[in-house]
Design a protein around this ligand. Structure first.
Ligand code: ADP
Length: 262
């Protein structure tokens, strides 16, 4: 067969079954002289649950804050569901940002609003959802987080764990494609942690939402993660399945870190 007639080597086709929902290309973030993220690259596919672990100060929360547009990178490109979040015009940033929901360490509920209104407020004011539709959806979500009977309570009358579950319902009410979870149990009394993690496990296992978590709760990370990324000094030094990363890590730094928290 001559060179001209030789078939072109076949590159496996993208079957369309995976879709990148988060993509960071060469993202650098500095605070003054402190380079917190150093030309970071990573992607998260739709429906996957990815957990970021690593020592305090290694840049994990900064990644979530970049995705929430609470801080801006100094260099690099951030793409969410195929649309650029950074750099991008302000109008585009506002639209792309709607695809992302976040639950923080501190629940930050509106203290002057009852639980139901805490969950309906953003869908009505930001998404333009009708009040009836937003309330129906909020009631479903409050049931999902085990708080169907607390619709009329004010946040201050709830435990920290209950408040955090309202915050989870509130984030989901915006129908985000991506849920960012930043140490969501670290401000809770120990006896309230399990209830919040159980709700998140349920959501991880029963919905197709993409999750990016920062957590020190390693058994939770092991349970829900498809992939775990180990951070050190603003770089991913190792990534893999939870079985591999927790059971047989390649990197000495990972072993050291795990020995301090497991
Ligand atoms: P992690 O979540 O891994 O603990 P962070 O992303 O919170 O790490 O912080 C990474 C580094 O960035 C730390 O050294 C922290 O002090 C610094 N940092 C984070 N936010 C700010 C800020 N707004 N101003 C100055 N430094 C910051």
């Amino acid at each position: 067969m001559s060179a001209e007639t030789e078939p072109t080597p076949q590159i496996p086709r993208d079957t369309g079954t995976t879709r990148e929902v988060i993509r960071l290309d060469q993202v650098t973030k500095r605070f003054g002289d402190n380079t917190v993220l150093d030309q970071l690259n990573f992607t998260v596919d739709a429906g996957k649950h990815v957990t970021l672990i690593g020592p305090s100060g290694s840049g994990k929360t900064t990644i979530l804050r970049l995705l929430m547009t609470l801080v801006q990178p100094d260099e690099g490109i951030i793409t969410v569901d195929g649309e650029q979040l950074y750099p991008a015009p302000e109008k585009q940033v506002r639209e792309v940002r709607k695809k992302i929901g976040m639950v923080f360490q501190q629940f930050n509920l509106f203290p002057n609003m009852k639980v139901l209104r805490n969950v309906t407020e953003a869908p009505v004011t930001v998404l333009g959802m009708s009040k009836d539709e937003a309330e129906a959806r909020a009631r479903e979500l409050l049931e999902l987080v085990g708080l169907a009977d607390k619709c009329d309570a004010y946040p201050t009358h709830l435990s920290g764990g209950q408040q955090q579950r309202v915050a989870i319902a509130r984030a989901l009410a915006m129908r985000p494609q991506v849920l960012l979870l930043d140490e969501v149990t670290s401000a809770l009394d120990p006896e309230l942690v399990a209830g919040v993690l159980d709700v998140l496990r349920d959501i991880a296992h029963s919905t197709d939402i993409t999750m990016l978590c920062v957590t020190h709760e390693m058994s939770f990370a092991r349970d829900i993660s498809d992939q775990v990324l180990m951070f050190d000094s603003g770089r991913v030094i190792e990534s893999g399945s939870p079985e591999k990363l927790f059971g047989d890590p390649d990197h000495e730094r990972t072993r050291e870190f795990l020995s301090t928290i497991l």
